[in-house]
Design a protein around this ligand. Structure first.
Ligand code: BES
Ligand code: MN
Length: 444
């Protein structure tokens, strides 16, 4: 691999492009500028499109009639690096160790974006031009729900007219095993606030005479699941399509054991989840209710004899075909209000929402993707669904009318969203080969 590739990768990773924290807004702008510059340097036309939030980088080659148009999508924003003390090296100072680059965003999604860019660069160098018309759309708000990307797609619908979208923001089942993802879960979020007394109280003076909001919240949250790991919200599963035998069978034949992988990668003492399903089925095809955070009361050193006035919790629900986000939110709110313990009040705020996605891996373009994956990695291609969400993918279908090829390079131990995130150079190289191959395949 050329040394300049590693320099490019490091430069890209050094921007702390944390989208959720406004303090970093300027860094996101700088990162977008760097990207646009890089895209121009390989011969593309590139613009930075301002939005109500972080800017979108939009690049294209010279389009010619009579050939396919491919929209490549990725995100340059990253998740916060916290907790910082758990990193072995600073999250925005990339280091190479045993062939892996460690930094926030290394896998999700900067390493994968770079492999698109370098794959395009090498194709142009070798053939003087690309075999297809290309749009690259790289946004800065994926990790916070892509609030402004749908508007961008709508406003530029005609200019963005294309035949297929290519997205690398998904995973490989293992090193060296090329993977085509044909399904994603959706996600919908809400935040709740439970309030008791109008201020924090001395727990000796008032304890026992008023409801404790934290106790009430714990009781309320405990009603979300039954003892079998099922979500206990009435109607939650009404629209869920049962897993079909052929799909379960196909997943059982994949060359890895999902249960073992979960045990190994997470370090949990034992498996847990909805009765009647294995780990892959639970993650890829079953919906969940998750509590992502709780905050309230005294969290400092030592003890404080206090009854907090209020407490909050952040919840998300992962959605599967044919669940609808709005409906699930409504059912969840009804459930929370109905199960509210006495003596407190409840406020609910809606968060972001994004639908699930399911496509056909055996369509004409799906087969092209499989050939490219096989060519790049020289191994049998695994066809899988994934548990994560990329909400914009369903808008590519809804707004642009195209299907998405999810051909990702994230390894199970990449630590995306977690300390010590990493990406192997092997996958940067594989990703470059993959991008060259998919451009070639779609050019036919
Ligand atoms: N790359 C992930 C999505 C993903 C993860 C796909 C694992 C397949 C497997 C993406 O960057 C992400 O984290 N998305 C968020 C979306 C949310 C913030 C709306 C997610 O899934 O939590
Ligand atoms: Mn992510």
């Amino acid at each position: 691999m050329r040394p300049t590739y590693l320099e490019d990768f490091y430069s890209f990773l050094r921007f702390p492009s944390v989208s959720t924290d406004d303090q970093f807004a300027e860094k996101l702008r700088e990162c977008a500028q760097w990207l646009a510059q890089k895209l121009k340097s390989i011969g593309l036309e590139a613009d930075i499109v301002a939005t109500a939030g972080h800017p979108i980088v939009w690049a294209r080659n010279k389009h010619r009639p009579g050939r396919r148009t491919v929209l490549i999508y990725g995100h340059y924003d990253v998740q916060p690096p916290d907790p910082l003390e758990l990193w072995d090296s600073p999250p925005f100072e990339p280091v190479l160790k045993d062939g892996y680059v460690f930094a926030r965003g290394a896998t999700d999604n900067k390493g994968q974006i770079l492999s698109h860019i370098l794959g395009i660069q090498e194709t142009i160098e070798q053939n003087r031009e690309l075999p297809v018309n290309v749009h690259l759309v790289i946004e800065g708000e994926e990790e916070i729900g892509s609030a402004n990307l749908g508007g961008f797609l709508n406003e530029n619908r005609d200019a963005l007219r294309c035949d297929v979208a290519v997205v690398s923001d998904t995973g490989m089942i293992a090193r060296g095993l090329p993977t085509l993802t044909y399904g994603l879960r959706g996600v919908t979020a809400l935040e709740i606030k439970v309030t008791g007394p109008k201020m924090d109280l001395h727990s000796g003076i008032y304890g026992g005479a008023v409801a404790n909001p934290i106790t009430a919240l714990a009781q309320l949250l405990a009603t979300l699941h039954d003892h079998e790991g099922r979500v206990a919200i009435a109607g939650f599963y009404d629209r869920v399509k049962p897993l079909e035998d052929w799909e379960r069978e196909a997943w059982r034949k994949l060359p890895f054991d999902g249960d073992k992988l979960v045990l190994k990668e997470t370090g949990v003492p034992e498996l847990f989840g909805e009765t009647g399903y294995n780990s892959l089925e639970r993650v890829w095809a079953r919906p969940t209710a998750e509590i992502n955070g709780i905050g309230g009361g005294y969290q400092g050193k030592g003890t404080k004899t206090v009854i907090a006035s209020h407490v909050i919790a952040k919840l998300t629900f992962r959605l599967v075909p044919e669940q609808e986000g709005d409906e699930i939110l409504k059912l969840a709110k009804t459930h929370l209000r109905k199960n509210l313990p006495k003596g407190i009040t409840l406020e609910i705020t809606d968060g972001h929402s994004g639908p699930w996605y399911l496509t056909d891996p055996h369509s004409q373009i799906g087969e092209a993707a499989q050939r490219a994956l096989h060519k790049a990695f020289n191994a049998e291609v695994a066809l899988i669904r994934e548990g994560g969400s990329i909400p914009i993918v369903s808008e590519f279908r809804g707004i642009l009318g195209v299907e998405t090829l999810l051909m990702g390079l994230a390894l199970p131990d990449c630590r995306a969203h977690s300390p010590n995130e990493n990406f192997p150079l092997e996958n940067l190289e594989g990703g470059i080969r993959l991008n060259k191959a998919i451009l070639q395949e779609l050019g036919h």
